[in-house]
Design a protein. Structure first.
Length: 609
């Protein structure tokens, strides 16, 4: 969601911060702004509704030399998309600027209280209440560090705050349940802060992930670049530190028109690399640790695409390991007062590792004494730090808001765990078997990507239709839901994923000649699935079948038939079908002219409930 970048150092801080914000555009936003201290010791702010380009146009032609700067890209929650609601929020009189990621749940109460103390608010946002608290405490004579702590202690809800103080020319940052990372480059005497380590790639040589309630102090005075404090004021070491290893330019689109398409095409190589990572590389130890976790039952929590990946993993674990498995949307899981046992495993799936609802579910399970396992893409993320064992999906940076390669890697990581559990451990036999099967899947996906014309032709034929029903049975049901989600996300058309046999229980009332049924058909339950397709065909629905090749029953009932070679894939075939769904959604969206990589209203990492 909201992107945060801050910088102190000899470089022009505004340029550094704008570069970091550009890298975070993929997260989704609707306004952008910067605040900085110039060479005349003035605290200035510029912020504009819309894209970063609008902000850059506002700054163009101005002679700006800043030694410190904080910047923000906002995804609106409280208050409309306007210049005055954009961050940073600033009090030039008090010499304070701040940016915020998250939601302040008691903002209304604080706002009314501060109004009674003569504090004036310029925006409709919840975020500005934190600035109001800072102003109040500072006007009472409280030093800035203590004012930040007192203000933070009043806040309810998951949030991250970054504060620029003109008086001392320093930056402070603190968080609770929201992403925050600091960075340093001692050679250049630079220090950074951000909501995403990718923003600091190629600039910071070392990055730090502070825990909740740690006050981060950024300064370039006396070479004291970065210090961490408890709220009591004592220095602390509650942070994880590592060298910055992210390539500063992993997101080049190359010859691809969109990041999403590039990431779809990256999948074969990622699939092949997974067994090597877990059986011969760094992931082997984590995988072995995962097999020792209690598994009387498995409770899976995730959101969006990660939840659908969890449903596929659930099928693997129950069918292969005969362990009862429950899958919940994380935003509902903790509010239904689930029955949990300390001998059960809590599994959490997230690309970013910063999804607020997933983190809240993990926290609840931890409080109840359950061991937790993450399937995650971002090392050092909050989920990564909070779980007992982490299985990395190794998908690399995923820029497209609509997740593609992460889904495939999440499912395969869960599949790998299931296979190791069933086999009783890791040995050469299992490694060779899985490497061969994953390689076959990668080969089939490559063949698909080498000839996308049949999929593009179908997209050209159906993109003007008014509604889409993705259907599947068994393991193809969650793939149907994920396929519908992809189309909704990037094409802005109504699409639903259903179990094929469920249509007759109500949704079939919607079927007419304007509706498209994208029918996902596997070898298993083939006849029953074809029968469900015929029910839609009889009601004039347009049929697009994706299924095994050379099946006359499918050809006969379909208006469009995308034939696939399932031989040898077994329970990996649903992932093969899902790549077709990704491409179909991509080409439909391209025909409709939507913003494929940055769909409206969406954010890559949802860091608020």
């Amino acid at each position: 969601m909201c992107g945060i970048v801050g910088h102190l150092g000899p470089s022009n801080s505004v340029d550094v911060v704008l570069e970091g914000l550009r890298r975070l555009e993929y997260r989704g936003y609707d306004s952008a702004g910067v605040s900085f201290i110039n060479n005349d010791d003035k605290l200035l702010v510029y912020k504009k509704e819309g894209k970063i380009a609008n902000l850059e146009a506002e700054l163009e032609g101005k002679d700006i030399h800043a030694r410190s700067c904080i910047g923000h890209t906002r995804w609106a929650t409280h208050g409309g998309v306007t210049d005055y609601n954009a961050h940073p929020h600033v009090s030039t009189k008090d010499g304070i600027a701040m940016v915020h990621n998250g939601i302040i749940e008691n903002a209304s109460e604080i706002r009314e209280e501060l109004k009674g103390q003569g504090i004036y608010f310029e925006s409709e946002t919840d975020s500005e209440t934190f600035l109001g608290l800072l102003i109040y405490h500072k006007r009472q004579g409280t030093p800035i560090r203590e004012a930040i702590v007192k203000s933070f202690e009043r806040i309810e809800g998951f949030s991250a705050f970054v504060v620029l103080n003109r008086e001392t020319d320093e930056i402070f940052a603190i968080k609770k349940g929201a992403p925050l990372v600091c960075g340093s480059n001692e050679v250049n005497s630079e220090v950074f802060v951000s909501s995403d380590p990718y923003a600091l790639a190629g600039m910071a040589t070392r990055i730090y992930f502070p825990e909740d309630g740690v006050l981060c102090h950024l300064s370039v005075k006396n070479n004291q670049l970065l210090n961490f404090y408890e709220l009591s004021g004592e220095k602390c070491h509650r942070y994880m530190s590592k060298e910055q290893t992210i390539d500063h330019d992993p997101a080049s689109k190359g010859d691809f028109e969109h990041y999403m398409l590039k990431e779809i095409y990256e999948q074969p190589e990622l699939i092949r690399s997974l067994t090597q990572y877990y059986f011969q590389g760094e992931g082997k130890e984590s995988l072995e640790e995962a097999t020792k976790l209690p598994m009387k039952a498995v409770n899976i929590s995730a959101c969006g695409t990660a939840f659908y990946a969890g449903l596929v993993i659930k099928d693997y674990i129950e069918s292969k390991n005969r362990v009862r498995c429950f899958a919940d949307i994380a935003s509902e899981f903790r509010y239904r007062n689930p029955i949990l046992d300390k001998e059960e495993l809590a599994m959490f799936i997230s690309q970013s590792g910063e999804t607020a609802d997933t983190l809240a579910a993990q926290s609840m399970c931890k409080e109840k004494g359950l061991k937790s396992l993450s399937i995650v893409n971002t090392e050092g993320s909050t989920l990564y730090r909070d779980c007992d064992v982490n299985l990395m999906i190794r998908a690399g940076v995923e820029i497209g808001v609509a997740s593609t390669k992460a889904f495939t890697q999440q499912v395969l990581t869960g599949k790998t765990l299931s296979e190791v559990l069933a086999h009783g451990g890791i040995d050469d036999e299992l490694r060779n078997t899985l490497a061969s099967r994953y390689s076959l899947l990668a080969e089939r996906v490559e063949q698909l990507l080498d000839n996308t014309k049949p999929i593009k032709d179908v997209a050209d034929a159906i993109y003007k239709h008014k509604g889409f029903f993705y259907t599947g049975r068994g393991a193809y049901f969650p793939i149907a839901m994920e396929g519908a989600l992809k189309l909704k996300e990037i094409a802005y058309v109504h699409a639903e994923g259903y179990a094929s046999g469920e249509l007759k229980h109500g949704p079939i009332a919607l079927i007419d000649e304007e509706k498209v049924n994208v029918a996902l058909v596997g070898e298993e339950l083939f006849e029953k699935t074809v029968s469900n397709i015929q029910e839609i065909k009889a009601r004039k629905g347009l049929i697009v079948s994706i299924g095994p090749k050379n099946r006359y029953e499918l050809k006969e009932v379909s208006d469009h038939y995308i034939e696939l070679d399932f031989e040898g894939l077994g329970d990996l075939a649903p992932l093969y079908v899902n790549v077709v769904n990704q491409l179909l959604a991509y080409y439909i969206a391209k025909n409709l002219g939507t913003d494929i990589d940055k769909p409206r209203n969406l954010a890559k990492s949802v860091t608020v409930e």
